[in-house]
Design a protein around this ligand. Structure first.
Ligand code: PLP
Length: 470
């Protein structure tokens, strides 16, 4: 592609993205294509000869766009958000333009040093103590895996890295912990059976007493406890494991404490939500996702560790071809995680934090939390609905309950969810809480306004009317 062409299509695409973001509401939130529909429109083999960009863009609009589920839609209330922002998109574009790869300091000193600086900004923003150092990982899943690997090595004085497992190590997490914990436990070689699920209280938070009991039982049985994963803002219901008592237990038994705050960590920027990370100073590591709820497009996961030496000793490698003269005085982030090559993700984070300012970001988070509270309040005015978990952040868990049997209620609420999503105006997903089919509505899109919440309420109540009339 010639420079003039690159410019032409570059400007065109920026125009398209700007219009897309402004008008994304016109699309159905969730793609309505059938499985295989997109694939069937694409050639099975690659083009042998160059194709025109015009044709590629035309196909993008015709074939690809219908298969897009619009995460940036203001009616996105599903899963957790993965919001972006114009600043973040520009940072990402610049990163692609530079095409730099920051595996070691000298492969782009700015990539490493900017990452150090913006991660320290983030540390301050969520109120972590000064002795935490940060590194950007692709996802919370990867960060949690890194924590599990470092915990494994710390527990065995780096023996597993060297000669493999010689004893059974145990990991503890609440029953409500994210599936990435189980995945990490499997990959890190602990074995799924050695992930001990701790009972939760009526608000779905880990019960510290139960944790201690499980640890004691394991010690008696000859297992070696190694790591506890606590969750701040569980995926199902937004529950918060109490970090302080859990941290005390970890300290007592010398266990690695990893805090998974993938979604809710962002809220800790607000003084009124800082309580959620109370006790985080006990953590050996903590992760939260700017790519979820901090306007930074996927992927960008902030991973903090208290003692980077354990992490780097877990991952370090010293092949001759990667040695540089400055290794003693710089950070080489290749030793802070699994991958060698690293994208320049700090750039988009830098753009986001600078264009919004910390106060600007806080204002948006606060608005989301306010909108979720508004939704909860208005929904509960209608006595047919009930709340199934406390609302701490911007996630509301609810269901329709007209007094029929639990089994029938589950079927009814599943039908309600399908009916709601069939409108294409909003998209919600579900979970189960105590065996109850639960609808989840989470507010986190940059452009979600009160009118979208009112529209959601209207749709949900209207679909409930229809279902109950049948
Ligand atoms: C979303 C989420 C994850 C996984 O996040 P990825 O970045 O997609 O790996 C892990 N834990 C919790 C609590 C989450 O909400």
């Amino acid at each position: 592609m010639k420079k003039e062409q690159f410019k032409k299509y570059g400007y065109e695409l920026i125009d398209w993205i700007a219009d897309y973001l402004e008008n994304v509401e016109q699309y159905p939130v969730k793609s309505t294509v059938q499985p295989g529909e997109i694939k069937s429109q694409l050639p099975a083999s690659p083009p042998a000869h160059p194709e025109e960009m015009d044709k590629i863009l035309e196909d993008f609009k015709k074939i690809i766009l219908p298969g897009i589920t619009h995460w940036q839609h203001p009616g996105w209330f599903a899963y957790f958000p993965s919001n972006n922002s114009p600043a973040s998109i520009l940072g990402e574009l610049l990163s692609a333009g530079l095409g730099t790869q920051g595996m070691v300091w000298q492969t782009s000193p700015s990539a490493t040093e900017l990452e150090e600086v913006v991660m320290d900004w983030l540390r301050q923003m969520i109120g972590l103590p000064e002795d935490y150092a940060g590194v950007i990982q692709d996802t919370a899943s990867t960060a949690t895996l890194c924590a599990l690997l470092a915990a494994r090595e710390k527990a065995t004085a780096f023996a597993v890295n060297d000669s493999g497992f010689s004893k059974v190590l145990r990991v503890y997490a609440s029953k409500e912990a994210h599936s990435s914990v189980e995945k990490g436990v499997k990959i890190a070689g602990y074995g799924r059976k050695n992930l001990v699920y701790i009972t939760t209280d009526e608000e779905f938070a880990m019960i510290p007493g139960e944790l201690e009991k499980a640890i004691e039982e394991d010690i008696t049985a000859g297992f070696q406890p190694a790591c506890v994963v606590a969750t701040v803002g569980t995926t199902s219901s937004g529950a918060v494991d109490p970090l302080k008592p859990i941290g005390e237990i970890c300290k007592k038994y010398n266990l690695w404490l990893h805090v998974d705050a993938a979604y809710a960590g962002t809220a800790a920027m607000l003084p009124e939500k800082r309580w959620a990370l109370e006790g985080a100073e006990y953590a050996d590591s903590l992760v939260f996702n700017p790519h979820k709820w901090m306007l930074t497009n996927f992927d960008c996961s902030a991973f903090f560790v208290r003692n980077p030496q354990v992490l780097t000793r877990t991952f370090e490698i010293h092949p001759e071809y990667l040695k540089t003269g400055v290794d003693a005085v710089v950070k080489n982030f290749r030793d802070w995680g699994i991958q060698l090559g690293r994208r320049f993700r700090a750039l988009k984070l830098w753009f986001v934090i600078r264009t919004y300012g910390v106060e600007g970001i806080k204002k948006i988070i606060r608005k989301h939390i306010h909108l979720a509270e508004l939704f909860r309040g208005e929904l509960l005015q209608d006595k047919r609905f009930e709340l199934l978990a406390p609302v701490y952040f911007s996630l509301v868990c609810f269901r329709l309950n007209d007094g029929r049997s639990e089994e029938e209620l589950n079927a009814l609420n599943q039908r309600l969810l399908e009916a709601i999503n069939s409108t294409g105006k909003i998209f919600l997903t579900h979970t189960t809480l105590n065996g109850k089919f639960t609808l989840r509505l989470v507010v986190g899109q940059r452009t979600t306004e009160e009118r979208h919440i009112r529209q959601a309420l209207e749709i949900i109540k209207h679909k409930a009317d229809e279902l109950l009339k049948k």
